[in-house]
Structures are given as structure tokens and as C-alpha cells.
Design a protein around this ligand. Sequence first.
Ligand code: GLY
Length: 360
Amino acid sequence: MERLKVVLGARSYPISIGFDIIQEDNIFWPLKPGNLAMLVTNKTLANLLKDRVLFHLRKSGIKIDQIILSDGEQYKTLNEMELILSALLEKQHGRDTTLIALGGGVIGDLAGFAASIYQRGVRFIQIPTTLLSQVDAAVGGKTGVNHLLGKNMIGSFWQPSSVIIDIHFLKSLPYNELISGMAEVIKYAIILDQQFFCWLEDNLKEILLLDHQAMSYCIKKCCALKSQLISLDEREKNLRALLNLGHTYGHAIEVHAGYGNWLHGEAVSVGIVMAARTSELLGYLKKSDFRRILTLLKRIGLPVKGPKNMSAASYIPYMMRDKKVISGEIRLVLPVSIGKAKIYNNVDKNIILSAIKYSQ
Ligand code: GLY
């Protein structure tokens, strides 16, 4: 097992990464024998992983209740969050309770948001079970729910006390969800690390076959890159916004298509192509770099074109509700080379529209 650290003063926390680490002693730190906790998971994982995790929690002496929610992005709502809050109240959990999120980004965001407001804030632990949440969503303390008019529009920053990444859990992940997570992996390489991008080009087959060494390197790399950014800019005042590469366009697709109809990573993949094309049209990104990005996404099997029934113009109102918008201006994260991205204001709408049309 390896440990990374998100350095945030008194709110610093470990990210433990490895195979089958759920059975290791003290893995549920900072929980101690006798502590009370609530496991939050979904119906799919209730059949696959829940009992195993419950077994190890009980073996560690944790008093554990559980709530099982519906599975899917369409359930990342205030309604589901209220179910968590009601379960906590019904079981008389006090301020010393801990929420344990066992699931992907939806469960992590819901449980984290509930933890941030229950009795004005209680501890929570992330046990991510999808590639997307292991490399991105579970680290960094973004929590929240969707609104019909915009993704992740209601939420809070609330850091977990610990993130436990058991890579073995990916064995039960459907293939389309595995490749959806790869969109976020490629995102890190494009915005921060050219060498990692080259490594991904060379090791793609091994990763998609869940080769232990390759997958372990890939997840550690992403978590290390992310934790550095979080330590520098927890609340997305500047640098952290780079992690939104492809998300301004991608969120538009997710909301337009109806939550759950496009996986987050699929929409981000198209969004990355659109951002890269915008940058190429502006003369920032070389054509050859654009082609390498497009080729890698295609090799993974990720979509590189948006929904057929979504016109270019219909992206704009959704993009105007992006959280990076300041004074009514869309701000875009654009790659300027492989390994480097910048945030741009006032990008010409016609260029944005041309880039979207390219990927329709
Ligand atoms: N997923 C982007 C972030 O955590 O900032």
C-alpha cells in the first residue's frame, strides 16, 4: 500500500492506494473501535462490495449503520441527500458520527454534502469504487448535487478525513465506466504532465486490461497531481480550475441529454475535444497536439462527438451557467500544449461555436 497526503493544514488527510487494502489493519483511520458511522452506498454496490466492506468495518470494531440509495447520476439530488439526513436522524447519529461513502462520484458527492451540513458538519471517509472517483471525484472535497438547470450547482467544499482507494474494486466495474474514468486520467496528462501523456499513449492496453502495475501507477499519478493542486488552491480561486478542462462543454451535454444518459467521462471526453479544437482555432494549440489528443481518446473508445440532436447554439446557455462564469463571461480552460493549460476569458463565441460544430 502507498500513502499520499493532501496537505491542508489541520484538514490534511491521507490517500491510501493499493490492492485489497480494505482488509488491512487501521485502514479506516481515523475511526477507532467503538466509533459510530453510517455507510452510504447504492443498490448496485449493495450486491457487489457492501458486505465485504461492512465485514471489515465490524471487524475493526466500528458500530456501523447503512443507507442504500438508487444508482445513477439522475439520483444526485437534494431528495436523495435528504434520505441520508433522515437515516442519520432516525438512527440517532450525533456530531461524532462519520459518513463513509462507498461508491462512485455520485455517492461520494451526496455523502460528502450530507456530511458537510448534518449538525453543521461531521467527518466523512471516501471509499471510491469507480476509476473516475478514484482518480478525481473522491479527492479534493468537492461535494454537492445537481439541479435540473445545471450540474453540481448546489454544494460545498468539505474535505474527507481519509480516502481509501482499493484498486481491486475496479474488477467489478463495467467496461463503459472504466473508459469513462479514463477521460479524467487524460485530462490530468493534458493540463499538467506531458510525460504522463506519453506514458498513457504507450501503456493504454495494459491499463484497460487492469494490469496491476500500470493501473497502480496511473491512479497514483493522478492522485498526486490532484493533491498538489488542491494543496495550492483548495477553493478553486485559480489553479484548481484547470481540472475543469472539457467540463464546461461536457456539463452542457450531460444536462441537455438528461442526467445519466451520458456518463460524466463520456461527456468530458467530447468536451476535451471541443476545448482542444477551440484552442487550435485560436492558434494556441498545435494541430499535431490536437490530433494526438483526439487519437488517444478514440483509442480508448471514448466518444469524440456530442449528441446528434444538440445544436451548437444550444450549448451556450448551459455554458453560461458554468461555475467559472464571472460577470456573465464564459471562462474556458484551454490546452496550450500537451502538459499545459490556461484559463481564458472573453473567447469569441463564434470560435466556440465553430469548435462545437467540429465535434457534432
Ligand atoms: N473534479 C474537479 C475538481 O475536483 O476540482
